[in-house]
Design a protein around this ligand. Structure first.
Ligand code: ADP
Length: 221
């Protein structure tokens, strides 16, 4: 669950990126976060992963009160969140398998568990038979599927997908959103940032729109 209460963020240059934002995203929701460039979307996301702190107001994510969180709890908070980027951010000299396994190796998960879990998430995204290939041998859509598998491998409560279809063609875009919707049906909350209004209209659901640092629309269409 995500809860922002009266959150404002003013950067050191005086720019007020968010202005008194309050919103709740319940467990299991699928939310499109829309708004034009400069509206404050990235600032909101950075708050959720505790990359920045609000100037005023409070933020809670997956049971952590971020105003009170201790430094040694921040990695734990981040493990409850899977992140999917527009440009995939895969490691080119690692196989698909290793790109996903890497996340679990970095937290010293048992080898047997890693083998089972990576196979499972690659299966979920439809890439079981691509485990041994390298990212540059894959299409853009397949690379984004690997990135989604990597985001899922820790079994996060929340997936933040930041313009995940920005580099993809229309057909692949729809496949990726359908994949995220399928993941959402298995009880993972999904927050997808996009500026593609056509997509949002096509899929519908809960839309939160930010305009000049304020929520100007939050409803289900
Ligand atoms: P979006 O992701 O919707 O494009 P941002 O959250 O990146 O919007 O930016 C909101 C506003 O805050 C913009 O005016 C932007 O220039 C400003 N901004 C973003 N990051 C910083 C920063 N680190 N320092 C100063 N101003 C920033």
């Amino acid at each position: 669950m995500v809860e922002l209460r009266n959150v404002s963020v003013t950067y050191s240059n005086g720019v007020r990126a968010l202005n008194n934002v309050s919103l709740t995203i319940n467990d299991g929701d699928f939310v499109f976060l829309v708004g034009k460039s400069g509206a404050g979307k990235s600032t909101l996301i950075k708050l959720l992963i505790k990359e920045i702190s609000p100037t005023s107001g409070s933020v809670a994510v997956n049971g952590y009160e971020l105003n009170k969180i201790r430094a040694n709890e921040i990695p734990k908070l981040r493990r409850t969140i899977g992140y999917v980027f527009q440009d995939f951010k895969l490691i080119d000299n690692m196989s698909v398998y290793d790109n996903v396994a890497f996340v679990l190796r970095s937290i010293d998960a048992p080898v047997k568990y890693i083998r089972r879990r990576v196979a499972y998430v690659l299966g979920l995204v439809g890439l079981k038979d691509k485990a041994k290939v390298h990212p540059n041998e894959l299409s853009g859509g397949e690379q984004q599927r690997v990135a989604i598998a990597r985001a899922l491998v820790n079994d996060p409560k929340l997936i933040i997908a930041d313009e995940p279809t920005g580099n993809l063609d229309p057909k692949t875009t729809i496949e990726i959103i359908e994949l995220l919707q399928g993941i959402n049906k298995c009880d993972t909350t999904v927050l997808m940032v996009t500026h593609e209004h056509d997509l949002v209209r096509r899929f519908g659901g809960r839309i939160i729109s930010i305009y000049e640092g304020q929520v100007n629309f939050d409803d289900v269409i």
